[in-house]
Ligand binder design. Structure first.
Ligand code: FE2
Ligand code: FE2
Length: 390
């Protein structure tokens, strides 16, 4: 038996042919999808290209509308941004991470933290690569943000010294998702939510080896100065992971509502489901930063405190750390029964422009150029302007 057949999930004779698999997908996305891979240039040499030419006149490329392209291009930009930040976390704290102290502090949130960081990073890279390749397969322009990879890396052991799109060295993390998902009120009905922890100007990755030596032990609970500093950084990361991924959960759902083609809709709901899966995981881990034995950690540099959210001073249902599954909430109409759903789902609260505004408020783009903002905002406005055409 050779190696190839040893890892094959099916005997060769049972494996469906590529044609058979493609025809199943064609049933899902509509029969026109046999034109997959044919952009405008290809269409010109096909019989029936008159139809495609008229679609082009009507503002479509292949079978994607201009709106679909705008949605997918914005999502590609967001995935490049996500990939950039997750890669920074992964270099230092992933399963092959290069900073043992950071990895150990993260492992105080969950013993499998490094593996989860690694997998989340892989997912984001796959999302960005897929979206850009898909756009190209339709003759649409992919998104390239490489020229904006200008922000500095962490100087701590483990970090590559390369230019970054995003800043993780000083974040204002909005932790209100934690209380929002525990509330029966919805942001789409005007509700606002308290911060679980107020995180301002805090690094989410180690800054340098002087501030946090890379090989010091990380007791749980942290007792030494270095251990408390590193734990506060790891706890900030724990809350930041949830912040990023809850944003993706809302954004993909909102974009799905604007998609015109079944393929764009399929992409939005299929990647969106994974963003929600990520959020659910990180929501759980963030709670571990504010439960015993880590609760009460104070950053010796910034004085940031991670309070015990299971304390009696809070309404338990709003802060209790194990209430990680979304509380039923208002949805569509207050007259209807409460429903456990992703929220927000309105453009102004979680759409493309709202997402970029939120990332900016997070300080994720601290140090970025005006041209970068203009570029991502232009993509965001086009995505928000997309309208479902049926
Ligand atoms: Fe993603
Ligand atoms: Fe994500």
């Amino acid at each position: 038996m050779n190696n190839e057949s040893a890892i094959s999930p099916l005997p060769a004779e049972a494996a469906p042919t590529e044609t058979a698999v493609q025809s199943k997908w064609n049933r899902v996305v509509g029969r026109r999808s046999f034109l997959k891979g044919v952009g405008l240039a290809g269409a010109a040499v096909l019989p029936g290209s008159g139809l495609l030419a008229s679609q082009a006149m009507a503002g479509t490329v292949g079978k994607l509308t201009e709106g679909d392209i705008a949605i997918l291009r914005f999502l590609a930009a967001v995935e490049l941004i996500e990939s950039d930040l997750w890669q920074q976390y992964n270099e230092l704290g992933g399963v092959n991470g290069g900073n043992p102290s950071y990895m150990a502090a993260l492992s105080n949130l969950d013993g499998d933290m490094s593996q989860y960081i690694n997998d989340n990073t892989e997912d984001e890279i796959s999302h960005a690569a897929f979206l850009n390749e898909f756009l190209q397969s339709k003759g649409a322009k992919p998104v390239d943000l490489d020229v904006f990879r200008t922000l500095p890396s962490s100087r701590a052991t483990g970090a590559q010294q390369i230019g970054r799109l995003t800043n993780l060295l000083s974040l204002d993390v909005d932790t209100s998702y934690y209380t929002r998902y525990r509330s029966a009120q919805s942001p789409d009905f005007g509700a606002s939510f308290p911060q679980a922890v107020t995180i301002t100007n805090e690094p989410a990755i180690p800054l340098n080896d002087k501030d946090t030596p890379p090989n010091t032990e990380q007791p749980n609970p942290p007792v030494t100065r270095d251990a408390r500093r590193m734990q506060a950084i790891a706890n900030t990361a724990g809350f930041h992971f949830g912040y990023i991924e809850q944003g993706g959960s809302s954004l993909y759902g909102i974009m799905a509502l604007k998609a015109s083609s079944l393929e764009a809709l399929l992409i939005a709901v299929s990647i969106g489901g994974v963003e929600t899966n990520h959020f659910s995981l990180w929501h759980d881990k963030a709670g571990n930063a504010v439960a015993e034995p880590l609760a009460g950690v104070v950053d010796p540099v910034t004085k940031l405190k991670f309070p015990n959210l299971n304390g009696k001073q809070f309404p338990a249902e709003v802060f209790q750390t194990n209430l990680i599954l979304p509380e039923p909430t208002q949805f569509i109409s207050k007259e209807l029964p409460a429903c456990s759903v992703v929220r927000p789902m309105l453009d102004e609260n979680g759409g493309a422009v709202a997402t970029i505004d939120s990332f900016a408020a997070d300080q994720l783009f601290k140090g970025q150029s005006e041209q970068f903002f203009n570029k991502v905002m232009e993509l965001a406005k086009a995505a928000d302007a997309a309208k479902r055409q049926v």
